[in-house]
Design a protein around this ligand. Structure first.
Ligand SMILES: *[C@@H]1O[C@H](CO)[C@@H](O)[C@H](O)[C@H]1NC(C)=O
Ligand SMILES: *[C@@H]1O[C@H](CO)[C@@H](O)[C@H](O)[C@H]1NC(C)=O
Ligand SMILES: *[C@@H]1O[C@H](CO)[C@@H](O)[C@H](O)[C@H]1NC(C)=O
Ligand SMILES: *[C@@H]1O[C@H](CO)[C@@H](O)[C@H](O)[C@H]1NC(C)=O
Ligand SMILES: *[C@@H]1O[C@H](CO)[C@@H](O)[C@H](O)[C@H]1NC(C)=O
Length: 463
């Protein structure tokens, strides 16, 4: 579908000519450019390979030279584009075969001052806590072959603001009270400098909102609902962990449901010690907050009391391995378990969904109406069980039935490595991984791209 909207080559020229025209380069300078063409060519290629060497050899894994690679001015991007075109080697596009499936998607990553992103990485938790997809997606895009340095050829604009890394000194939880103002100030910054936000009213701009209730930026659902999504974000695309199948104010913007962040390294090292097909001596596993006498916080009970019921009903059952304390080695427990309970917390989603799948434990999802990430890549009904919140008291009976009937077929589906890959974010995009799935979802929304939609309108007029 969207394939047909892609511009033919001459359209590329049109875009570039506009760019040239816009910045009205003097004739003099142009002929100089052609005179020293070969030198410029040689220099740019060297520069390209040198920077790609730097990027791919970045030893500390932090996003490379974010604030050194300023948004290129129109002139330099025209030069480099012309070069690539003239030698007919579009190097970035030949790195992987991914491009075909991603329909030659092009994403421009805004280069924002470090106070919006990399400054927060001084706390290492910012890289790997459950909301860290805001960092992971940014990092992966920087070295991805869908990245373009020429904003005029971009389908989408990625806005890298890390809002989840202001960890409270009291309880260690991320304070997201500053999220709205931080994002608003970033938008203010680039919308006054560049035309791209205004020309589309933000509809081709992409933000990550990886905490409880997406772009509502609050942990408590009623407050989140009352606050709603900030007006200026409502026209954009939000990558969010929150998703439900019913109408909800915190998903009233175009969105893609993404998995919560789980470090692929931690999964890999756990699986080295305990492979997915290994011995599973725990029948049902849950570790986490489980209030015996839950407090009624502003009219709501944590986990809608589901976790309390689980504790009350099954704590005495020896087949249930239920723990309320934190334990750093919990991943090895998941790898030893047959069923892993994934009840709602304040929000319906939980990092347990990803950890269970990645470590081969059948997720038992207890969160009515939850919308799960990447349904076209992860066949959730075939790899997990869903138990209604009201049926949580019958959990033992339900799981016994599954164990006696189709458990082995669920496990076989679950242990397909493609499933695990789709839910994990890597430093560099790998075909089929979580960032790749985000890009695929975006490639299906190209009608939102200012550039693509203009090109397709133009084609209609032409023909
Ligand atoms: C340039 O690349 C296109 C397709 O990638 C190919 O059809 C064309 O022949 C190439 N032109 C030259 C001059 O190599
Ligand atoms: C971080 O959160 C605290 C509240 O916990 C707030 O006072 C502070 O202003 C925040 N920092 C920034 C840079 O927004
Ligand atoms: C975009 O619109 C805002 C508000 O109307 C304006 O302040 C800003 O200067 C505009 N940006 C550009 C690049 O024209
Ligand atoms: C929880 O608190 C709200 C008011 O904050 C109250 O209306 C509601 O009845 C309480 N629920 C229970 C079960 O006590
Ligand atoms: C396993 O059985 C349960 C209960 O009969 C059913 O709901 C579920 O769809 C089955 N799953 C698979 C993968 O066959």
């Amino acid at each position: 579908m969207a394939e047909q909207k892609r511009p033919p080559n001459r359209r590329g020229f049109y875009v570039k000519m506009k760019l040239l025209h816009k910045h009205a380069r003097p004739q003099q300078e142009k002929s100089c450019f052609f005179k020293y063409y070969k030198w410029v060519l040689w220099f740019s290629l060297s520069l390209y390979f040198f920077t790609s060497y730097l990027i791919s050899n970045n030893p500390n894994g932090k996003p490379t030279s974010l604030h050194k690679t300023r948004v290129p001015n129109a002139k330099s991007s025209v030069v480099s584009r012309a070069l690539f075109q003239s030698i007919n080697v579009t190097a970035p596009e030949q790195i992987t075969s991914t491009q075909g499936i991603l329909k030659h998607l092009k994403v421009f990553v805004y280069d924002l001052p470090p106070k919006y992103n990399t400054d927060w990485l001084s706390n290492v938790r910012c890289n790997n806590h459950l909301f860290a997809s805001e960092v992971a997606i940014h990092r992966a895009l920087l070295t991805s072959d869908v990245r373009t340095f020429d904003p005029y050829e971009a389908d989408y604009f990625f806005v890298p603001v890390y809002v989840s890394c202001n960890f409270s000194t009291v309880n260690g939880f991320p304070a997201i009270g500053h999220a709205r103002s931080l994002i608003a100030s970033a938008v203010q910054l680039f919308s006054s400098q560049y035309p791209f936000w205004n020309r589309s009213q933000g509809s081709d701009h992409i933000f990550v909102a990886s905490h409880d209730f997406g772009a509502c930026f609050h942990t408590l659902e009623d407050v989140a609902i009352a606050d709603g999504i900030p007006e200026f974000l409502k026209n954009s695309i939000i990558l969010q962990t929150f998703g439900v199948q019913y109408k909800h104010p915190c998903q009233e913007a175009e969105n893609v449901v993404i998995p919560p962040y789980v470090s692929p390294e931690s999964v890999r090292s756990t699986l080295e010690r305990a492979p997915v097909t290994g011995r599973r001596d725990i029948w049902v596993f849950f570790r986490g907050k489980m209030e015996v006498h839950p407090k009624n916080v502003s009219g709501r009970f944590y986990s809608k009391q589901v976790r309390t019921v689980i504790w009350r009903e099954f704590n005495g059952d020896r087949r249930f391995y239920l723990r309320r304390q934190r334990f750093a080695g919990y991943q090895s427990e998941i790898a030893r378990s047959v069923f892993c309970l994934c009840p709602l917390g304040w929000a319906p989603w939980s990092p347990r969904l990803v950890e269970s799948v990645a470590l081969g434990c059948v997720p038992v999802i207890i969160a009515d109406g939850i919308r799960l990430p990447f349904p076209s890549a992860v066949r959730w009904p075939e790899i997990s069980l869903t138990v209604a919140e009201k049926d949580v008291g019958k959990l033992a009976k339900i799981l016994e039935d599954v164990a006696a009937t189709n458990l082995s077929s669920i496990q076989r589906n679950l242990w397909d490595p493609r499933t695990r890959r789709a839910l994990l974010f890597n430093n560099h995009v790998q075909e089929g991984d979580a960032t790749w799935q985000v890009l695929r979802a975006l490639s299906e929304k190209l009608d939102r791209s200012y550039r693509s939609s203009r090109v397709s309108r133009q084609l209609v007029i032409d023909t």
